[in-house]
Design a protein around this ligand. Structure first.
Ligand SMILES: Nc1ncnc2c1ncn2[C@@H]1O[C@H](COP(=O)(O)OP(=O)(O)OP(=O)(O)O)[C@@H](O)[C@H]1O
Length: 331
């Protein structure tokens, strides 16, 4: 994955920077839905768009967080500025700092000689959307906090601060407060980012599923060049009786299959409808634990085993680090 990512980064570097490519692709009109729940969700987007404050978008996977971020940008006074997005979960932790902060020429092995602006710089004048913020490495969370306080960044390998002017929008499908309690997410950063929040309703709580399905069906049929079929009473019953763990994305997939096979079949990812589906092998707690262990190892490596500096890098107290090391059995 790292090799592929590095190849993509190099290819990306070869493309001249085009600010027009960083634009929101969806507006509030693209958010389909009726009823009180959807009205108050759209109102929350409108309120957030009216202020230049950090926004936290929370919701389950596939519920429409990214769509909400695009709509927010399109509705804000910054709509003429760039809308730059970063998925904190998809970039290897050793590359994410350079990705966000950019780097000076020759900052590290493999860095292009003329350097590269990071996403903070690219988003100046507009909005930076940090998707899956809960996956941001702890060490980088401290740097992000500093950016939010000072409105300036220093490129990796650089010495001069660069002023930035942007609005930060984050999204998470993980309960961030749980990560804060587990020592995986900085509490000060959590409060700094969570000024205005938008909760994207999960599909199973929506009353307008058949309406949404009809509108999506027409849209997908148009894309596939097929006539739009009508939903039968049986289809509607099926749509309303399902839990939709994958939310709108899962519904879109089901409708696409319907257009191809001629029959609405509900997703095969629902555990109760597929007992053979393997259960996750590790619990959230175990995954948080192993991520924490990995970050502690990285911080200790970076500081050549200096625990005080490692604790500083991780944004936790020395006592906290000692406690975590003890839990790992390393002390
Ligand atoms: N209200 C809606 N109306 C129309 N399409 C929607 C709506 N909500 C979500 N979608 C569509 O569902 C799909 C998933 O949405 P999106 O990528 O925004 O979800 P997400 O919450 O960011 O998912 P993930 O957490 O996996 O990144 C997209 O194709 C999006 O356009």
């Amino acid at each position: 994955m790292k090799k592929t990512y590095s190849r993509i980064s190099k290819a990306e570097l070869a493309i001249p920077h085009n600010p027009r490519s960083w634009q929101s692709k969806f507006s509030l009109n693209d958010i389909i839905g009726t009823g009180e729940l959807m009205d108050s969700y759209r109102d929350a987007i409108k309120v957030a768009a009216a202020y230049e404050l950090p926004v936290m978008i929370c919701g389950e996977t596939g519920a429409g967080k990214e769509l909400a971020a695009h709509a927010l940008h399109a509705l804000s006074d910054r709509c003429a500025g760039p809308f730059v997005w970063v998925n904190c979960a998809s970039i290897p932790s050793e590359l994410i700092e350079a990705e966000l902060f950019g780097y000076e020429g020759g900052a590290f092995t493999g860095a292009r000689s003329q350097g590269k602006p990071g996403k903070f710089e690219l988003a100046t004048g507009g909005m930076l959307f940090l998707d899956e913020i809960g996956d941001m490495p702890l060490a980088l969370q401290g740097s992000l906090l500093r950016v939010l306080q000072m409105n300036e960044i220093v490129r990796v390998g650089g010495t001069n601060p660069v002023s930035i002017d942007l609005c930060i929008v984050c999204a998470t499908n993980k309960p961030l407060l749980d990560l804060v309690r587990a020592g995986r997410f900085r509490e000060d950063l959590y409060h700094r980012l969570n000024v205005l929040s938008i909760n994207v309703p999960p599909l199973r709580e929506r009353e307008d599923i058949p309406y949404l399905a009809e509108r999506l069906l027409a849209r997908i049929a148009g894309r596939l060049g097929k006539p739009t079929p009508n939903l039968t009473a049986q289809d509607r019953k099926l749509l309303l009786g399902y839990a939709w763990p994958g939310n709108v994305r899962e519904l879109e997939n089901g409708l696409t299959r319907m257009l191809i096979t001629g029959k609405l079949s509900i997703s095969v990812t629902e555990p109760s409808s597929n007992p053979a589906q393997p259960a996750p092998t590790t619990s959230l707690k175990q995954r948080i634990q192993s991520q924490t262990d990995a970050e502690i190892r990285t911080a200790l490596k970076q500081t050549q085993g200096n625990k005080s500096r490692a604790a500083e890098l991780l944004g936790i107290s020395r006592a906290h680090l000692y406690r975590l090391l003890k839990e790992q059995g390393a002390e």
